[in-house]
Design a binder for this molecule. Structure first.
Ligand SMILES: C[S@@+](CC[C@H](N)C(=O)[O-])C[C@H]1O[C@@H](n2cnc3c(N)ncnc32)[C@H](O)[C@@H]1O
Length: 501
């Protein structure tokens, strides 16, 4: 590490106004969309003759083109081209400077507000013009953003980021935690993550090398975050084992061990959040296997499956992700290896989802939700983490109330909730009624007549029991029976954020 050079690079990036907004404004929204689809030509054309420093930097470090050395020197006056060479960002070839790393601005909004970083990672397929190597260190990808958005961002003393890669989760954690430990088996990833921490002026992350929980043996954390190498990959000759996505174990065993062993590394009340894949084998429900991983952990668990892919689609997706093009011999050979591997274990499909685990502050676990929410999410401007945090708190709050205590409590409908009613044409009464959640997971919840009336009256004034009594009178049914009928739904609506206590 060369702190002085990194500080000078930071000065240059600031001076160049090398931000996500500036870069996108230089090549425009359409070119930015094309780039997200893996096509750099529209962006190249837009900045081909630019001498604006941010444009030159984006040409080299985002698009992956060589530029005249003199032009890069102008864009990096403090660190200079020599400094950029020393930092491993570029190499010189005659009069031109070629990128060795991707270095791009990353803008974000999380629970603590808006911010931006510069993130260095390995050059991707678009810049390399070939498949990525097995030791590729990933930049900020879709899964990184998903996990970062999902993370509970309230203050914590210590956070473990298992499999830090370029360090993106550790950087987020450093915003809300006093101390972060970031681990990886890849020395190259750790070097890049260190560079990124230094470049962004973050000094509270400790980097450790090793597999899974090995580097933190005997230690406990308030939070664990992990976007682990969860991609299910066949083992064998000729099948690339990409460090960034493949933990080297068979099937979904790596995710199983990250989940099962989290218990030994969470402090009381601590929360672990990770992304994972799970196999559906021989037509069995994958959740039965996931429940097995949780057995004897003593952890609260909330698993949300977001998507299921059949085995063939899964294989295609991940072979292509490595930069192997379809309709080539290499692709077909890998496809066959993938399908053989799935056939060996009777895997028919693979689930993908979000895992939230919590070590109860005291006593036994009370939360065990395994659910499938495959639709679109609600609107969560600061990420889903705020909702996850509220869900855990709401679960605990209602769990602490007996039915009688809940009946004595006034509830209020959350601000993002609307009611949908569907009518047969000409009918006065609705045939279908649903509650709709605008934020969070964008859930819907079916309403019967009694529950609709009860929820409709929850404005925080009257206790739930009093509302039920009034509704029972209106519907001419037994008050106790109505209360008993709606209570389980009310608890569910509280946990999922439709109703607030
Ligand atoms: C999918 S990347 C996630 C990177 C980053 N945390 C993010 O969210 O973008 C997974 C990371 O786990 C690392 N890794 C692979 N096998 C590992 C293992 N057995 N123990 C710890 N980390 C591992 C990889 O090197 C890679 O950096």
């Amino acid at each position: 590490m060369t702190p002085d050079l990194i500080a000078r690079l930071r000065d240059d990036l600031f001076a160049a106004d090398y931000t996500a907004v500036t870069v996108e404004s230089l090549w425009g929204a359409d070119a930015a969309s094309a780039l997200r689809r893996g096509q750099r030509e529209p962006a190249r054309r837009a900045v081909a003759t630019t001498t604006v420093p941010a444009g030159v930097l984006a040409t080299v470090f985002v698009l992956g083109f060589a530029v005249p050395t003199a032009r890069l020197e102008e864009a990096l006056p403090a660190v200079g081209v020599d400094g950029a060479v020393e930092l491993g960002l570029v190499r010189l070839d005659g009069d031109s400077a070629e990128p060795l790393l991707d270095l791009r601005p990353h803008a974000f909004v999380d629970a603590l507000g808006a911010g931006s970083w510069w993130i260095a990672s390995d050059l991707g397929e678009v810049a390399l013009r070939r498949a990525i190597p097995e030791n590729h260190v990933l930049g900020v990808g879709g899964a990184s953003l998903t996990l970062a958005g999902l993370t509970v961002g309230s203050k914590a003393d210590s956070v473990l980021d298992l499999g830090t890669g370029c360090g993106i989760q550790a950087l987020h954690a450093a915003r809300y935690a006093k101390r972060v430990v970031a681990t990886d088996i890849s020395g190259r990833a750790l070097e890049l993550a260190k560079l990124n921490a230094a470049l962004n002026g973050v000094s509270t992350i400790e980097f450790r090398s090793g597999s899974l929980y090995e580097p933190v043996a005997g230690e406990r954390f308030d939070r664990i975050v992990s976007n682990p190498p969860f991609v299910i990959t066949p083992r064998g000759e000729g099948v690339p084992a990409y460090e960034y996505r493949d933990g080297g174990l068979v099937g979904d065993a790596l995710v199983a061990s990250v989940i099962s062993d989290a218990a030994q590394h969470l402090a009381p009340g601590g929360v672990a959040q990770l992304l994972g894949n799970w196999e559906y084998r021989d037509g069995d429900d994958a959740f039965a296997r996931v429940a097995g991983w949780l057995e004897n952990t003593g952890l609260d668990a909330w698993i949300v499956e977001r998507e299921v892919q059949d085995a063939a689609l899964y294989a295609e997706t991940w072979i292509r992700d490595g930069g192997i093009l379809p309709r080539t011999d290499e692709f077909d050979a890998l496809y066959s290896a993938w399908l053989d591997d799935f056939a060996d274990r009777g895997v028919t499909s693979i689930g993908f989802g979000y895992v939230t685990l919590r070590r109860p502050a005291q006593g036994a676990p009370t939360l065990r939700r395994l659910e499938r929410l495959h639709g679109g999410l609600g609107n969560n401007p600061a990420g889903l983490g705020v909702h996850v945090s509220a869900t855990l708190a709401a679960h605990d709050a209602q769990q602490g109330l007996t039915d009688a205590a809940l009946a004595a409590t006034a509830l209020v409908v959350a601000a993002d909730v609307t009611e949908e009613r569907h009518y047969w044409p000409g009918d006065e009464d609705p045939t279908v009624m649903d509650l709709r959640q605008g934020g969070g997971f964008g859930r819907s919840y079916p309403l019967g007549t009694a529950l609709a009336a009860v929820v409709g009256a929850c404005d925080g004034d009257l206790a739930l029991g009093a509302i039920c009594a009034a509704v029972a009178q209106l519907l001419e049914v037994d008050e106790g029976e109505l209360l008993a009928e709606v209570l389980p739904s009310v608890r569910e609506l509280v946990v999922t954020g439709f109703l607030a206590l």
